[in-house]
Design a protein around this ligand. Structure first.
Ligand code: FES
Length: 612
């Protein structure tokens, strides 16, 4: 970091969605701050202010007033929305800035892959091809009546059209020479298309951090294209709690969060359509899953009650609505299905995950969990009176997403994702092989496990001060993971006692959740036949490290399965199969939700799980 005048005010710059924070003086530009943090912004003109490639958006805090260069380069509406040139603007308070994907040289790592399962395809929307009699002076029936007659001639029931589809009907009939393909759902027409156009569906997983979207052929069930993006709401709060706060504290907060999300999803849909070479009017159905807060914010529902005990959702039953009602740009009548939520902190994404991992294929007990700021855990077991599903949610905190960790960052290029400590020698692996600039969740977990194995950390999480590599700085004990000479920003990367504490709290909460579910079901750890870990962090974590720190029980390794984005796969299943949609609703109905905060054994289990 450059030398600073002692009198220069220092401000924290929070760079989202990368999740890096850096302290800089008020004279430093945001571009300089990003460089100090190891975040590479596109800066084609090298900071001269002439290329406009370094755009960022101010999400909170104050920046220097727009310079003349910015006023020339950015439109008035850009400026009013907080868009700035990073090479021109400097902080005047602690700030949070949102970096659009185009301004980042290297993309974030997005988890969109998941295990595909073979299920029979049975979509709710099907195609009906019709040849319609054209009108004449002797046949003055309306266009809609002609289509109804053609349907009847084809042995189909009368169908209903809403106004938007009726408006499309005359143009398409005449353009296509009186033939057309109807996309029909329960005798309701949801789209009008030329013959030969395939009917497609959209499955979406709305994560707090990341979005994953899948374009699926409804007739074959094949995924034609998939894509991911960062959730744009990160600019307004990195976790669910801060987003709820934003929605409640700003008069238009809920609307802003919904619009940003829908805008990004519409862009993703556009990208997917372009990749496959289809029209977005061919997307006739959508299924979206997310945690309960994302679900509510997506629909524009109030979230205040989700942020206050006892954390009650507005609605927990499945919802279905025209996609256009929330601004999703698909076929005019396309329906959007949102599966059931279980509770304030167990959402439809967890139900989708349970659906995708085929819970009841085995006789024994299965634990399935999705690790995030909140970790949802389900224990599934067969009993003599039928299957049981016990679920809980534990506050595992944002440590595994790199937050609240001294040198933490999200999984982006330059993040340390693997750490091995052997005989005092530290070996690091970074995403994209770049020089390290921070530590992501899997890296910090590895580091803690390695320090335990090396005897640097004790069971309570205390760093041994006499150990080489351990030092005291500014009154804090820390372990030097990467010296300044090898890092991408020329500063040491360390693991602090506080970092270890964050990991203890996170893994303790998860382990306590597992133990409570087992205890309530009358089972022992050894009864777990399969432990399934889903989600982005779960994909990349090293299972040995997770077991070493005590997050998971020490079971035979073949019982552990990492399944990627199972929530997205579950959403896809609900899109292509009415049977799977029914099963998901059944799961949601049958789940016995266990509230940990009031559980009599939680404190005891949590305290026990804190030690390594
Ligand atoms: S780097 Fe070119 S305008 Fe900022």
């Amino acid at each position: 970091m450059s030398a600073k005048e002692p009198s220069t005010p220092q401000y924290q710059v929070d760079l989202e969605p990368v999740g890096r924070r850096v302290q800089v003086g008020s004279e430093a530009t945001l571009l300089k701050a990003a460089q100090e943090a190891g975040v590479e912004l596109v800066a084609v003109c090298g900071g001269a202010g002439s290329c406009g490639t370094c755009r960022v958006r101010l999400a909170s805090g104050n920046l220097s007033p727009p310079s003349l260069v910015e006023q020339a380069e950015l439109s008035a509406s850009d400026l009013s929305e907080g868009m700035r040139l990073a090479c021109q603007a400097s902080p005047r308070s602690d700030v949070r800035v949102d970096i659009p994907p185009d301004s980042l040289t290297a993309p974030q790592r997005l988890q969109i892959e998941g295990l595909e399962f073979n299920i029979s395809v049975d979509p709710l929307v099907t195609a009906v091809d019709l040849q319609v009699d054209p009108p004449s002076l002797f046949d003055l029936r309306s266009d809609e009546s002609r289509v109804q007659s053609a349907l009847s001639a084809a042995g189909r029931s009368k169908a209903t059209f809403d106004l938007a589809l009726l408006a499309e009907l005359p143009g398409l009939l005449r353009q296509e020479d009186w033939s057309l393909r109807l996309a029909v759902r329960d005798n309701q027409v949801v789209a009008l298309l030329p013959l030969q156009r395939d009917l497609l569906g959209l499955a979406v997983d709305i994560g707090t951090t990341k979005l994953a979207a899948y374009l699926v052929d409804l007739a074959s069930g094949v995924t034609l294209a998939k894509s991911g993006a960062m959730n744009p709401q990160i600019a307004y709060g990195e976790d669910v709690v801060s987003r709820i706060a934003y929605a409640c504290q700003n008069s238009d907060g809920r609307q802003v969060l919904q619009e940003k999300l829908v805008e990004t999803l519409n862009q993703l849909v556009g990208d997917l359509c372009m990749e496959v070479g289809i029209d977005r009017d061919q997307i006739v159905e959508a299924v979206a899953v997310g945690n309960t807060a994302m679900h509510h914010l997506f629909c524009g529902l109030p979230v205040r009650q989700l942020g206050l005990a006892p954390y009650v959702p507005v609605v927990s039953d499945p919802l279905e609505m025209p996609a256009r009602d929330i601004g999703l740009d698909l076929a005019s009548g396309a329906l959007l299905y949102l599966p059931a939520n279980i509770a304030g902190y167990v959402g439809a994404d967890h139900v989708a995950m349970l659906l995708a991992v085929e819970l009841f294929q085995n006789q024994g007990a299965v634990i399935a969990l999705d690790i995030g700021t909140n970790t949802e855990i389900t224990l599934a077991l067969e009993t003599q009176v039928g299957r049981r599903l016990l679920s809980c949610s534990c506050a595992s905190g944002p440590a595994f997403e790199g937050a609240h960790i001294h040198d933490g960052m999200r999984a982006a290029p330059g993040a340390i994702e693997r750490v091995q400590i052997t005989n005092g020698e530290v070996r690091l692996h970074t995403i994209a092989g770049e020089r390290p600039v921070g530590i992501c969740g899997s890296g910090i977990l590895d580091a803690v496990a390695g320090l335990l194995d090396a005897g640097v950390l004790d069971r309570r999480g205390v760093l041994g001060k006499d150990h080489p590599g351990v030092r005291q700085r500014d009154g804090c004990v820390e372990y030097l993971l990467a010296p300044a000479g090898i890092t991408g920003h020329g500063r040491d990367l360390v693991v602090t006692r506080q970092d270890v504490n964050e990991i203890q709290l996170a893994k303790g909460a998860i382990r306590a959740g597992i133990e409570i579910l087992l205890r309530d079901a009358g089972l022992q750890v050894e009864d777990i036949e399969m432990l399934i870990v889903a989600g982005a962090f779960g994909t990349y974590l090293d299972m040995e490290s997770a077991i070493r720190v005590g997050m998971f029980p020490n079971l035979p390794r073949e019982r552990f399965h990492q399944v990627g984005n199972a929530a997205g796969m579950g959403a896809k299943q609900m899109l292509i199969s009415s049977e799977r949609r029914r099963l998901a609703a059944e799961y949601a109905r049958d789940i016995e939700y266990i509230e940990l905060t009031t559980h009599p054994s939680f404190t005891e289990e949590f305290v026990r799980a804190l030690v390594f």
